[in-house]
Structure formats: structure tokens, C-alpha cells
Design a protein around this ligand. Structure first.
Ligand code: ATP
Ligand code: MG
Length: 565
């Protein structure tokens, strides 16, 4: 490809709107163009890199027996109502109506459509197992798109679905996919870690995310300093410091004028926050819920949502709390009637908590659960934090940030039961099919690869996903000798089947070298009047400081051999 003809210009300035490195570099290198919030066009260089990633994924999916197919983005809303996932996705689901007023969905994922397809095409255990996948556009009306390609509203995903006769067979498919995912990230030059992930309201048994550890990552990963436990903070568990064993004392009222927050309460009474009891009210699908947790801990809303099995969860407003006859900010766990009560187990080992008294400027001392109040559900709903104990081995937990580049999920029979996808087993019994789903966001993977592989001058493409392998960069194209040697070399390289970006522009060496660094192709060949004089060419790997001078004769063959390795 001649750079003079390439569509997409490099920018001198770093675009002000870019939030992270990959966003900055992709815009600066002319590889993507923003159309609307969270909606991008890929320009030729960006598209080439994306297609290379797609092909690596395709090869690895085919290698484990995956069969590629293609399902529509446009789907009837009705199908989503059957699984209630229209509610689960809520406002993130793009919906529209056709000319006959039939409601449609722009699919954010494809479990419903593929299960429906399987229902009609699988009858017997002999038809299973199956691994079906596609590389297709997804739509999600994200509350906040950000970070260039990291979180967008329209993106390409590789989604594979596995279909098996039982749990054990699903395990085998699941492990196959984990292996393939590891190979994919490795081939893309991305070190990834597998962490336990939230399985959401689907109630699937197991789910893992593949994380690329990076400071710009949106996700928090909690991991053990000694064993191999690691989990997304959304789901991480921890051993909390237990409360002191104390004799339970009688309840006492204490005046706390002007005290509203846990912080103020602990300061006012001169006690640690862990001796206070936090009461929080939520609206779960519109219904008021009371939640109690130890004062030094925070509620993990993902865990809470799963525990409540609700679609929509938000903090209740002061009005809603008041309407229920409670005093917001001073609510007491005692005497709550007619409202669902949940508590985190952290409130049981400690005794003699200070809690609200359900009247202003007053608190209760020596509150104990279950002596003084009962709850309907006692379940882990606390955020796990670095410094707490590992749930497996008790060692100290640590925290880091990661980019979620893939997600694998044992769905079990959630979809097959709701959409009636069954098979007849060996004994002639009809059973629901066991399913798994496995997604990789391809644009996000591309962005993560840049986050991990760049320097202050630009992108350093890992070879397997580089838009071109070689950047041919003659420094003085206005010198006829250089120009003709460059043209010849370009032809030779292309004839050897190498992918070459040829900077045939008449530009200053500074501009050309800066662009080569910014665009980041793995190998650079520089021709100049000096190298021509010695019938040589300068070969430099992007990301390495030292260049090598090699004979011009035979360069193409030499590079071909290099890439064949
Ligand atoms: P997130 O937690 O980041 O919103 P998710 O868990 O909802 O993602 P999945 O449904 O598991 O995402 O989708 C599979 C993969 O698709 C993710 O691992 C990620 O790589 C990618 N992905 C999801 N949402 C987006 C998005 N808005 N933009 C780009 N890629 C995305
Ligand atoms: Mg996910």
C-alpha cells in the first residue's frame, strides 16, 4: 500500500477528546473516526488490524471444532420477552418498531436467537455437542460510552454458544473455550489473566472473565497474594475482620445531635466505624428493601441485585423511605415491618452495634442481630477490599485494574428451558440442552493491545495483528536513485507476499520517521542516499532502539524468512 494513496491522515496534535492512550493513538494515526457517542468508523489501517484479530479468533474457534454461522442483529422483541431479558437489559436494549408497529430489538447478544435455532434443529443426543459461533455486530445503549473503542454502543463481538447433553459435557466445552481464549490473547500479544466473574441473574453456575491488567482498565480485580484466587470486584468474596466477642448489653438510647453519616457517628461516639451498623434502603423493581451491613463496609450492588433477583436496583429516595414511615438517615433496623430485610453476615459476629433509632438526632447502642431484629435473608452483599482475607486461603487480598477482553459463561438450562430447546437422550427421555456462551469484544481487544504495546511516539503493533508487516520508508523520494531503489524494493517485497506500507511521499525525514513511529508497523526499512551509496538498507524493529544495516540485495527473501518463523 502506498502511503500517498492511503485513506486516513495522521494528526500532528493529540486529539483533546481522547480519554486514554489507545483512543489518542487510534485517532492520531487516522485509524478510527467518531460518528456519534460510542459509534466509530474504522479507517483502512484500523480495519486491517481488526480483521487480523478476527482471523486469529476464527482460526482458534475452528481449531476446537467451532462452526461459523451468522445470525441477524434485528430480532423480534417477543423473543426477548420470553426470557425476560428485555427487562434484564433495560435501557441498554435498543428497540424500534417496524412499519406495521411490530416491536424489534437491535441485539446486544444472541442467546435467544440461537436457542430458537437449536430448538428447531437438534432432536437427539446424537446431534450434540455443538459449538456454534459468529463474528457479528452488537448494539448496547451503554449509560456512558468511553475510552474510544473500549466501551462503545455498536461493536463487533465473536460470540460462541456451546450445546451439550449434561453438566459434565458442558464442563468439557467450557475448558476447550478457555484454552482457545488463552491462545487468542497470546497470539495478539496480550498477557491475560482469568478471573471469576459475576454470573448475573441468570443463575449460571460458573463464569470467568479474561482481563488484561492495565491502569486504564475499568474493572477492579481482587486477587490473592499467595494462592491463585482472583475475581472481578463485582463478585469477589473476602474474609472480613471479625468483631470482638463481647457480652451482649441491653439497648440504650444515645443523643447524637446533627449526626447523619457513619463517619460522623463514629467520630461523635469515639468508636471505630466497624462498631456501627449501616442501614441502606434500595428500590428493587420499585419495591422498598432494607439492607443492613457493618458500618465500615460498603454494599456491592451487583451482589445485592443477584440476591434480590431483580432487574432494576437503585438507592431509594428520602421520600420513598419517609412514605414507609421511616426516618431517612436515622432509620433503625428495629421494628421494620412490611419491608423485605436483607443483611450482610458481617453484622452477626460483632456485637453491641450502634444503629439508628428511627428518630432524628438519636441512635441506639448495643443493637444485636438476631436478638433485637431479624432479617429475611442473610447473604454476602459486601464489597471485598484489598487488605481483607482471601476466601480460599486467608492470605491478604490485593487489588489491581483490568480491561475485560473476554467472558465465558456456563448458562446451564436457563435459555433451553424458557425457549423449549430439548433433546431426547440415550434412554429416550426428553431433557433440556446445557448451554454455555463465550464472547470476545474485538474492538476492545484491539484497544487493549494498543494500551499494552506503545511508547511515547506511537503504537508498537504485535506482529500478528499489525495492519502491515513492513514499513518501507525511503527518506529522500526526490532523489531519483533512492526513489528507484525504493520502488524496486517495494515490488520485491510484495512479490514475496509481504504486507508493505510504502511511504512514497516526498516529505521531510522528520515527518516520515514520526509517522512510521506513530503507525507502529513491526519492521521498518529505511533507504537514504547514504544507504544507497553502500547498496544497503537500514532495518529497525519498532520498539527497539538499535538499527541494523543490511545489504540491499536479498532483503525481501531475508524478511520473508524472518516472518515465516
Ligand atoms: P462490561 O462489563 O464491560 O459492560 P459485559 O460483561 O456486559 O461487559 P459481555 O456481555 O460479557 O460484556 O460481552 C462479551 C465481551 O464483549 C466483553 O468481554 C467485552 O470484551 C465486549 N464488550 C461488552 N460490552 C462492550 C462495549 N460496550 N464496547 C466494546 N466491547 C464490549
Ligand atoms: Mg462480561
Amino acid at each position: 500500500m502506498r502511503l500517498s494513496k492511503l485513506f486516513g491522515k495522521t494528526l500532528r496534535q493529540t486529539p483533546a477528546e481522547a480519554e486514554n492512550i489507545s483512543h489518542q493513538l487510534l485517532l492520531k494515526a487516522g485509524m478510527i473516526h467518531q460518528v456519534a457517542a460510542g459509534v466509530y468508523s474504522y479507517l483502512p489501517l484500523g480495519w486491517r488490524a481488526l480483521r487480523k484479530i478476527e482471523n486469529i479468533i476464527r482460526e482458534e474457534m475452528d481449531a476446537i471444532g467451532g462452526q461459523e454461522l451468522m445470525m441477524p442483529v434485528l430480532q423480534p422483541l417477543e423473543l426477548w420477552e420470553k426470557t425476560e431479558r428485555d427487562l434484564a437489559f433495560g435501557k441498554s436494549l435498543f428497540t424500534l418498531s417496524d412499519r406495521r408497529d411490530r416491536k424489534l430489538v437491535l441485539a446486544p447478544t444472541h442467546e435467544e436467537v440461537i436457542t430458537e435455532l437449536i430448538r428447531r434443529n437438534v432432536q437427539s443426543y446424537r446431534d450434540l455437542p455443538l459449538l456454534l459461533y459468529q463474528i457479528q455486530t452488537k448494539f448496547r445503549d451503554e449509560p456512558r460510552s468511553r475510552g474510544g473503542l473500549m466501551r462503545v454502543r455498536e461493536f463487533t463481538m465473536k460470540d460462541l454458544y456451546s450445546f451439550d447433553v449434561d453438566e459434565e459435557a458442558l464442563d468439557i466445552s467450557y475448558q476447550k473455550l478457555i484454552g482457545a481464549y488463552k491462545r487468542i490473547y497470546e497470539r495478539c500479544g496480550l498477557p491475560s489473566v482469568v478471573v471469576e466473574a459475576d454470573s448475573g441473574a441468570i443463575g449460571g453456575k460458573e463464569s470467568h472473565e479474561f482481563m488484561v491488567i492495565a491502569p486504564s482498565g475499568e474493572d477492579e480485580v481482587i486477587y490473592c497474594s499467595s494462592c491463585d484466587y482472583s475475581a472481578n470486584a463485582e463478585r469477589a468474596e473476602s474474609i472480613k475482620w471479625p468483631g470482638d466477642e463481647e457480652e451482649q448489653l441491653p439497648i440504650e438510647e444515645v443523643a447524637t445531635p446533627g449526626v447523619k453519616t457513619i463517619e460522623e457517628l463514629a467520630n461523635f461516639l469515639g468508636i471505630p466505624k466497624s462498631k456501627t451498623l449501616k442501614a441502606v434502603f434500595y428500590a428493587a423493581d420499585g419495591e422498598l428493601v432494607f439492607v443492613a451491613i457493618r458500618g465500615d463496609l460498603e454494599v456491592n450492588e451487583v451482589k445485592l441485585k443477584n440476591a434480590l433477583k431483580c432487574h432494576d436496583l437503585r438507592l431509594a429516595s428520602d421520600e420513598e423511605v419517609k412514605e414507609a414511615g421511616l426516618v431517612a438517615g436515622s432509620a433503625s433496623p428495629l421494628g421494620i415491618i412490611g419491608i423485605k430485610r436483607l443483611a450482610d453476615p458481617s453484622i452477626t459476629p460483632g456485637v453491641n452495634f450502634v444503629a439508628g433509632a428511627n428518630k432524628p438526632d438519636t441512635h441506639l447502642k448495643n443493637v444485636n442481630c438476631p436478638r433485637d431484629f431479624a432479617v429475611d435473608l442473610m447473604v454476602d452483599i459486601a464489597i471485598a477490599q484489598a487488605g481483607e482475607g482471601c476466601p480460599r486461603c486467608g492470605s491478604k487480598l490485593l487489588s489491581t485494574r483490568g480491561i475485560e477482553v473476554g467472558h465465558v459463561f456456563k448458562l446451564g438450562t436457563f435459555f433451553s428451558e424458557r425457549l423449549d430447546a430439548t433433546f431426547i437422550d440415550r434412554d429416550g427421555v426428553e431433557r433440556p440442552i446445557f448451554m454455555g456462551c463465550y464472547g470476545i469484544g474485538i474492538g476492545r481487544l484491539l484497544a487493549a493491545a494498543i494500551e499494552q504495546n506503545h511508547d511515547e511516539k506511537g503504537i508498537i503493533w504485535p506482529l500478528p495483528i499489525a495492519p502491515y508487516q513492513v514499513h518501507l520508508c525511503p527518506l529522500s523520494m526526490d532523489n531519483p536513485e533512492v526513489a528507484s531503489a525504493a520502488e524496486r524494493l517495494y515490488l520485491d517485497l510484495e512479490q514475496e507476499g509481504l504486507e508493505v506500507l510504502f511511504d512514497d511521499r516526498i516529505e521531510s525525514p522528520g515527518v516520515k520517521l514520526n509517522d512510521a513511529d506513530l503507525l507502529g508497523m513491526p519492521l521498518r526499512l529505511i533507504l537514504s542516499p547514504r544507504t544507497i551509496k553502500s547498496q544497503s538498507v537500514e532495518l529497525k524493529r519498532r520498539g527497539e532502539k538499535e538499527a541494523e544495516i543490511i545489504p540491499l540485495e536479498g532483503v525481501a527473501k531475508r524478511l520473508k524468512a524472518f516472518f515465516a518463523l
